[in-house]
Design a protein. Sequence first.
Length: 83
Amino acid sequence: MKYIITLITLTAIASIIYGFTLETTQEVLSHKYIGAGTATLFLVSMPLFLYKESKGKKMNDYMLTEENVRKMQGKEPKKSENQ
């Protein structure tokens, strides 16, 4: 999976660079290469990378809840009245 994501990313960056190096007579084609590279980078490569990296992690640890804010401030967790 790592190599597939790397290949997709490098292909998208190469497409963007190629679009910028085309002559001004082929302006429409250069815009297509730049747009396709950008779309591939952000709509395919980035979600695959985020999926691969976040697999197996608890999202609750990264959310800003009241309990996590208290942990960051170094305060004791608030106990409810029935405990």
